[in-house]
Structure formats: structure tokens, C-alpha cells
Design a binder for this molecule. Sequence first.
Ligand code: DC
Length: 220
Amino acid sequence: MIIAIDGPAGAGKSTVAKIIAQKLGFFYIDTGAIYRALTLKAIEEGIDIRDTTRLIAMAKDTEIELINDQNGSLKVFLDGRDVTLEIRQPRITKLVSDISKIREIREIMLGLQRKLGSTRDSVLDGRDIGTVVFPEAEKKFYLDAQFQERVYRRYRELRQLSQDVTLESVEDDLRNRDSIDSSREFAPLKKADDAIYIDTTHMSIDEVVSKVTEHIQKAK
Ligand code: DC
């Protein structure tokens, strides 16, 4: 069974997806982490963000692994190296949307995501899971929240990771990524027609998890 959870940054997708996966004993696949790992590699290799040819060649020659550990958290490996924390840094966040808008990069990553999801029951969170990666997913959700609330959430999350960010920088980043992610030509952020829309602005995590769980149980 595939559960797809899409939506913009800060809508609560990854927190909810992780809890749902743990509750159901499903594999949790954070697809944003895949694009973030690629972005880290591009930076480390000094590849110019506009050099699409080199970025594509790099993506073809990259191994990304996602591992769920026992307490439900996700570990991300880039060519065998644990990059779980590094991929959350602002220097990655700043560039990730520019790399993930490249069609060929998305095609390569599509194969990886389908391979990961087809081996076992999975919860995937991302931007195009219900529309492109797994259009046949049994359950699809689109989590959303008002812009300012998403900014606060992301700000608190990053501060907890001890990152030295300001509200303004988080706001700029979200505005920029919302715009690139939703207007890109290939697989833009979009609610699938058959996805259940949940506005989480005034909801606690527990409330969102209950709502999602209710819908999954209905589907059985
Ligand atoms: O979920 P996140 O904020 O970690 O995602 C980082 C970026 O990766 C996001 O701004 C756009 C891209 N992304 C994507 O294009 N498609 C996905 N399925 C997931 C993420």
C-alpha cells in the first residue's frame, strides 16, 4: 500500500508522514531529502547551479539511500555517507528548488522513488507523489497551511536544530521555494484531483494524524 502526502514546506507533511508510517509499520520515504542530498553533492563538487549537463551527469552517478531506524527517524546516505543533518542546512535549502526543477533530474529520481516505494508498504511525502510518482497510490493527502503559520513552524524547527536563522530569512526561503516548486514546468507542486485536502493552520499534529488515520481506515 502507498500513502502519498504532498504539500508545500511547513505544512506538517514530514512530521505527520513519519508518525503515520510508524503507527502502521510502513516505510517512511522523505522525497525532499533525496533532492536535498543531490544538492549537497552539487555544492561539494563545485558544480554551477546553471550547469544542467553536469548536474544531470552527477545525478546519474549518485547513490542515495534512505534508512528508517528503530525509533522511526530517517537517515539519509549519499554515496555511502550519512548526510542526515547536513542536508537541512540553509545553503542546501537555498538551492534545492533550482536543482529539483530540472526535468532529467526528476526523471532519474522518479526511478529511485518508485523502486523504494515498491519494495514495501510506504508513506511518501513530497510535492508530486500523488500526481506523478505514485498516481495510483491507495490514499492521497494534500496538507496545506497559511503562509505565515508555515514560516513560524519552519523557523521553530530550524531553531531546534540550532540553526542561526531569522524569521525574515525563513520567510524569504519559503516564498522563493513555494514559487519555484509550484510554477516549474515538470511535476509542479499540485494537489492531485483525488487527494484529501487538509488545512492544518489551526490544527495540532495529533489532530492532523487523527484525521489522516481516519481516512486511511475508511479506505480499508
Ligand atoms: O520537503 P523539503 O522541504 O525537504 O523539500 C526540499 C525541496 O525538494 C522542495 O523545495 C522541492 C523539492 N522536492 C520536489 O521537487 N519534489 C518532491 N517530491 C519533494 C521535494
